[in-house]
Write a protein that binds this ligand. Structure first.
Ligand SMILES: Nc1ncnc2c1ncn2[C@@H]1O[C@H](COP(=O)(O)OP(=O)(O)O)[C@@H](O)[C@H]1O
Ligand SMILES: [Mg+2]
Length: 261
């Protein structure tokens, strides 16, 4: 594999594995104590550098060890998160603990002072990116919820985009992770140890992360990824722990917005 000089100097000769967990087009290589993410240059790969710099010392995230950009490809070498992904079996078997950890993840994000945050994850900005994706044939409806398009849903991504533009909820601004699913949160010894995959992190609506998290918890417990079904989880557990009532309308807006990514 070709690597830019400064990255090769840091990882050359070390053993590595390729990680295939992520659903994006990026490639992730894990070294004994480092991780290299290689992806096509995009607004997300730009945002990730800015946000990882800004978040150092504010939230538990990987340290940046080296970056490079060559021929339209971005390379990010970072420290390896300690512990395991929160969807590890150990935590799927303990729904109350896992829900508590994820409620803590939300609270940690919401506790960050966003007054000088350099990036936005607002619905408006996401819709601009969605429009670009649609016009460039990047929206993949195959992985969408079966009810999003077709008989019970929208005619096509264009109609969904138009609906979203007309129904943007009033923003309850917080630091939004942007893709708060279980594989993007690491846990060690029963405690949150690291947030990863920060390309969509920025100031946004708190319900964006809640919506993505609820979908992720639900689909992991229903066994939609690993095939195994785990009992003992209900969405109420998360809202009880957060001490708020679900805003179904906003959650549906952000679930639908995510279908265009
Ligand atoms: N810094 C890291 N430490 C440990 N594992 C990581 C790290 N970065 C990525 N990974 C692993 O690679 C997977 C995919 O990386 P991620 O950045 O989430 O890519 P994607 O955008 O494809 O979801 C993660 O779910 C995790 O298992
Ligand atoms: Mg990820």
């Amino acid at each position: 594999m070709y690597l830019p000089h400064n990255i090769a100097e840091l990882v050359g000769g070390l053993s590595f594995d390729e990680n295939t967990v992520g659903m994006s087009d990026s490639r992730v290589f894990t070294f004994p104590d480092m991780v290299l993410k290689v992806e096509k240059h995009s607004s997300e790969s730009e945002q990730v550098h800015k946000m990882m710099k800004w978040l150092q010392g504010k939230l538990p995230i990987p340290r940046i060890l080296g970056t490079a950009s060559e021929n339209g490809t971005d390379y990010l070498l970072m420290s390896k998160a300690e512990g395991q992904m929160s969807c590890a079996e150990e935590y799927m078997l303990r729904p109350q603990l896992l829900t508590d950890i994820m409620a803590e993840a939300l609270r940690l994000l919401w506790s960050v002072d966003i007054s000088d945050c350099p990036c936005s994850n607002s619905a408006q900005r996401r819709l601009q990116l969605a429009e670009y994706r649609m016009e460039n044939g990047l929206v993949d409806t195959e992985e969408c919820d079966p009810d999003t398009f077709g008989k019970n849903g929208f005619r096509d991504p264009r109609q969904l985009l138009e609906w979203l533009k007309e129904n943007i909820p009033e923003e309850e601004s917080v630091l939004s992770h942007g893709d708060l699913c279980l594989p993007n949160v690491f846990v060690k010894d029963g405690k949150l140890s690291c947030f990863i995959d920060l390309g969509r992190c920025g100031v946004g609506d708190k319900w964006n992360d809640i919506a993505i998290l609820c979908r992720s918890l639900g689909s992991n417990f229903r066994g939609e990824y690993g095939g195994k079904v785990y009992n003992g989880y209900s969405e109420d557990m998360l809202f009880e722990r957060l001490g708020i009532a679900p805003d179904r309308k906003k959650m549906e807006f952000f679930r639908l917005l995510d279908e265009l990514f």
